[in-house]
Structures are given as structure tokens and as C-alpha cells.
Design a protein around this ligand. Sequence first.
Ligand code: PLP
Length: 395
Amino acid sequence: MTQPPTDPRTLLAQALHYTDPATGAVTPPIHMASTYARDGNYDLIAGASYSRPENPTYLSVERVIAALDGAAESLTFASGMAGVAAVLETVPRGKRIAAPTMLYHGSRVALKRFAETRGLGLDFYDARAADGLSAVLAKGETDLVWIETTLNPTWEVLDIAATARAAHAAGAALAVDATCTPALTIRPLALGADIVFQSATKYLGGHSDLVAGALSTADPDGPRWQAVRQVRTLNGGVLGPMEAWLLLRGMRTLALRWERACDNAHAIAQHFDGHPALEGVLYPGLESHPDHAIARRQFTGGFGGMLSLLVKGGGGGGDGGGKDETGFAAAKRVATATRLIIPATSLGGVETLIEHRKAIEPPDSPVPDNLLRLSIGIEAVADLIADLERSLDAR
Ligand SMILES: *Cc1c(COP(=O)(O)O)cnc(C)c1O
């Protein structure tokens, strides 16, 4: 490898200027081997011994993710949730975790389960309240604060530097889920976060064809990261070589995909802001968004491809049925009326997805009944707007 380029778009496109030393290939090989031979001195031939602790294909991906995140080290996992679990495993019994009430559903469930089974305290706080976090931080007791760069699926934006300062003052570490905003727009480690988590299934992979997770740190020698490494090796949630290779392939076009998704989402948010069929559009790039100012300050390369629509209770027009005033039913009708936009979970792929979140989350979820989450892809934006307009008529 020659001198790595510094603009992240360049380093992504070239996968850190990769050239295979053995063949000159400009893309990395897929190393399927599970085990590695030793030489006449019984030394490992190239350092790798077994593909659970390390596999050359996922090491290639980890180097690219680390460079992108501005991290000293990154580790990949078999899924995003395996990475989340590895962080939660580092919290000692009896300590507490703090997290916003509005949060990716899977993380909320994982936090609750860890707290229950490991004897941890768990404090959910209202991120909208000025003293939300400080009210629950317990000095010496809170071990970890877990936040998201944009709270899923309402897209509130938290001040990461302020959160890091508050967490550190209480003796806690800050982990930031940056799944919805890759390092092309924000680098939480530079703002004081201790660990950055990403579901690489989403924007990094970008094609809805793999499941993977990644953690990044600026402090690879600290005890928490050492524990994360050990958990990955011992619990074995490592990324397979095929997925690692697909992830690296996907990341080479991340910059283009991200720019297009941001442009499309911004145009859609602006188009539907104030639409008569909607109570609101949740997108941090809109000036009407309550966190627009902080979003402008923190997101230096676009507001992202994620937005949510709050649907007004409709007239039951879609199924020709009777009057139905609930937003839940109206949102469901819209989500099932699209022709281009695909009704499916997940996000960050090249294709636009729509999801009625409340229909798939438990009744105690804080997500509004009438919320439709959209992951905007890279299609022609006029087609997406036309499809949404048509679908909103079904409300
Ligand atoms: C998808 C997702 C996860 C979990 O990642 P998987 O790859 O599905 O295991 C965590 N956080 C957020 C914000 C996500 O969107």
C-alpha cells in the first residue's frame, strides 16, 4: 500500500489504494481459509492462525472503516447487533447504562435484556429535555452512555461533544450509533465519543445484500476496547469472508451513494413539508426541524437519507372502506399503496424503502402510531415523489 489519500471519498473509492502484493490485483482476494499453516520454525507464515480471531479479508475492510472513521482501530462483526452486544458485554455487573428513550428498536430491546440478565441498571432519558441526561447520570455508577447520531426513527440530533463531556464527567464512556450517518458527514470519535458503532448492513454495505457490524475506537489500548476484542474472539461473532468482501465492495461507492441519498431525501423532505395529508415531516435538514441548528453544526457532509412522515388520519379512501380517523390505519394504507418504493425494514440501501414502524414494534414503543420511516435511495427523485404523492392519496 502506498501513501493513503486523505479525502475519505478517495480512500473509499480505492479501498486505501489497495494492490494485492502477491498478484497485483486492485481488489482484495476473498480468503476463505479457516486455518493457516506454520513454517519450518513453527512460526505462522503471515501472522494469521485461525479465522475466528482474524481473517485477512475482514482485516482489509477494518482498515478502510478505521481510516474513514478517523479511528485507531475498527473491528467488524457478524451483524450490527453482535457489535452492540460486544459493547454491552463490557459493562460490569452492578453498573448503569443511560440511553435516550427514542432509540433504534433492536438496541432498546438488547439494552433491556442485558440489564435484566446481567444485573445492570438502565436509565432511559428524554433527549428533548435540557437536563435529560444529567438527571439520570450517576457519578461512579453510570458506566456507559449509548446514543445515536440521529435518533431512530424521529431523527432528533443530540450534541455529541456535550454528551461526551457529561458522560466523561460522570466517569462513563460514550458509545455512539452512527449507522444512519457515516463518517462522510460526522466523525463522533473526533467529538469525544469513545466508541462508534455502525450497522454495516446499512449505508456502508449499501446494497441490502449482507449483514455486518463495525465498531471503531480512538483508544485501542484501553481496557474497554481490549474487552470488546476479547468478546468478539470468544463469542465468535466474526464477519464471514464473503460478507467482508461484499462490504468492502459496497464501501467503494459509499460517497456517491451517500451524496445522492442526501440530495434525494432533502428534496423529498422539502416537497412534503406542509403537505395537507401530513402532520409533519421529520428530517434534520429542514429548517423547521427542532434540531436543525445542531444538525447544521454537526453534519458537515449532508443530513442523510432517512426521514419520517407523520400521516394524518384519513378517510379510508385506500380500501374504499368507511371513515377512519386513526393515523395508524392511514399510515398502514400509505405504506401498502406504494408501487415503486418497497415496503420493507432496514435502511441505507440503493433502493428506497418505506416502513410503518409502529406495526412492527411492540405496543409500549414510544414511536408515533402514524409514523412512516423512509430510507431514501438513489433513484430519480421525481419518481419517488410521484409514488409518495400517489400513495398518500390512498390514505
Ligand atoms: C440495523 C440497525 C442496527 C442493528 O444492526 P444489524 O446489522 O441489523 O444487526 C443497530 N442500530 C441501528 C440504528 C440500525 O439501523
